[in-house]
Design a protein around this ligand. Structure first.
Ligand code: GLU
Length: 487
């Protein structure tokens, strides 16, 4: 592929949809892999659906995923997208050209007449396409002042072939396509026409899009032919379905890309997951962005739809979290901790150590906030009411003795390291003739309020002396109180 030019051309719908994001990603990967150009073109000709917010949502989604585009108006900063709404005059020029060359003709049929034609064709078992009534009329027959549309004078026999990089050769008999409308009676060009003009003028070499557009493609190819231009190469990517094999929708979970960001997914994980949805590369599941750029090709995009699998997405996210450098992780999680209402945390070595203790189990970023709540709370706000059963089971008069012994050992420590903590606590097992769990759980519940946390010594080390010793004291107090309600 020689320096391809590709575009993502979303119609603003309020957010960047998962399916659109995957199409954008495929285009971006091809452009990046082959030293090409990637363009973002917002198809905003439907003014009613286009708001500043819906455009901003697309840009936000693209920026979050890191799918940068290379062209577009620019004042300082990054490129703005192209907007179809600003290109009306350009479309007008090409309409004039087609009119002058006789490639389009006026059709004065009323909507009622067209409806009658469709019904008749269907009743006779013919495809419900326009019958060419006005195709060969002389201008002297044009009814003055009546509204008309412009139709393409399309070939009536033969076939239009889409040589698709994903679907293979798809053949459309021309007699089933009919003479498409190019310009409405109010002068507005139709969707297929503006897409063709834009793709032509923007020099697109490849059009990669969802296969819901496959039926538009022969019409677009006929327009390229009328304009005397070689069409781009097409690749129609299968849809994404939910587990029930229905088209992905809100019923299957979030369909907006940025909602996944808000739920604690990493952009790299989302990119990895989306790329693998419908494309494969041997058995490899986990890819860095650079690996994807090096490996992605349309030849390995499957013909069948991708099935959205939330569990796999979580797994992919966990793998990326596991591999993330701690500084980046800290920058992502610190604002989430603040947003959840915990006291501000200095992003220092201790903070990063705490994150590292939580990393092994975290599938989403928000789990660093929730599973690590005991790290972020000050001592007074540790919530012993969250797990009354654990408090009742592990903080009782008979376990106070373990906590008292632990405090004595820990208070005497000069160095607070994982090793020194282990060396201090382990001899107590022999002294009390108990297994680790018996001793560890009362300590764990005292310092975290729950019976689940990372390994005891790494937890105590990362919690620090000032949050460990007062909390174990608090635990001793609880051992002597009556059990909390709900236990
Ligand atoms: N605007 C169309 C859509 O959002 C895409 C058109 C195209 O890629 O050719 O579905």
């Amino acid at each position: 592929m020689d320096a391809p030019r590709l575009r993502f051309a979303p119609s603003p719908s309020g957010f960047l949809h998962i399916g659109g994001a995957r199409t954008a990603l495929f285009c971006w990967l091809l452009a990046r892999r082959h030293g090409g150009t990637f363009i973002l073109r917002v198809e905003d000709t439907d003014a009613a659906r286009t708001t500043d917010e819906s455009i901003a949502a697309i840009v936000e989604g693209m920026e979050w995923l890191g799918l940068d585009w290379d062209e577009g108006p620019r004042v300082g900063g990054p490129h703005a997208p192209y907007f179809q709404s600003g290109r009306k005059e350009i479309y007008g020029k090409y309409i004039d050209q087609l009119v002058a060359e006789g490639k389009v003709y006026r059709c004065y049929c009323t909507p009622e007449q067209l409806q009658a034609k469709r019904e008749k064709a269907m009743a006779e078992g013919r495809p419900p396409i326009y019958d060419g009534e006005w195709r060969d009329r002389d201008p002297s027959e044009w009814p003055p002042g009546e509204p008309y549309v412009l139709r393409l004078r399309a070939p009536t026999d033969g076939e239009t072939v889409v040589d698709d990089l994903v679907k293979g050769r798809v053949v459309f008999p021309n007699k089933e396509l009919g003479d498409q409308v190019v310009v409405r009676s109010n002068g507005d060009p139709l969707y297929n026409f503006v897409v063709v003009i834009d793709d032509m003028l923007m020099g697109m070499t490849h059009v990669v899009r969802g296969d819901d557009h496959l039926s538009n493609t022969p019409k677009q190819i006929q327009l390229y032919d009328a304009l005397g231009v070689t069409p781009p190469v097409f690749a129609h990517v299968p849809m994404i379905l939910g587990a029930d094999k229905k088209r992905l929708s809100k019923r299957h979970g979030a369909t907006s890309v940025t909602q996944y960001r808000d739920e604690g997914f990493l952009a790299d994980a989302m990119v990895n997951y989306l790329a693998r949805l419908g494309w494969s590369h041997g058995d490899q599941e986990i890819f860095s962005r650079d690996e994807l750029i090096a490996a992605f090709d349309l030849g390995s995009v499957g013909k069948s739809p991708g099935v959205w699998d939330p569990d796999k997405l979580l797994w992919v996210n966990a793998q990326h979290i596991a591999g993330l450098d701690t500084d980046t992780l800290a920058d992502l999680v610190a604002p989430m901790i603040a947003a959840a209402g915990f006291p501000p945390q200095p992003v220092d070595a201790l903070f990063k150590t705490r994150l590292d203790t939580l990393r092994g189990r975290a599938r989403k970023l928000d789990e660093f906030v929730t599973a690590g709540a005991f790290y972020w709370q000050d001592n007074a706000s540790v919530d012993y009411a969250q797990n009354p059963k654990a408090v009742k089971k592990f903080l009782k008069p008979t376990t106070a003795v373990y906590l008292e012994a632990a405090i004595e050992e820990l208070e005497g420590l000069d160095a607070w390291t994982e090793q020194s903590l282990e060396d201090a606590i382990t001899p107590l097992l022999e002294r009390f003739e108990v297994k680790m769990g018996k001793l560890a759980q009362p300590i764990r519940v005292s310092v975290t309020g729950t019976n689940v946390s990372p390994g005891l010594f790494e937890t105590l080390f990362a919690l620090g002396r000032d949050k460990t010793i007062p909390r174990i004291r608090r635990g001793i107090g609880l051992c002597h109180e009556s059990p909390p309600q709900g236990a």
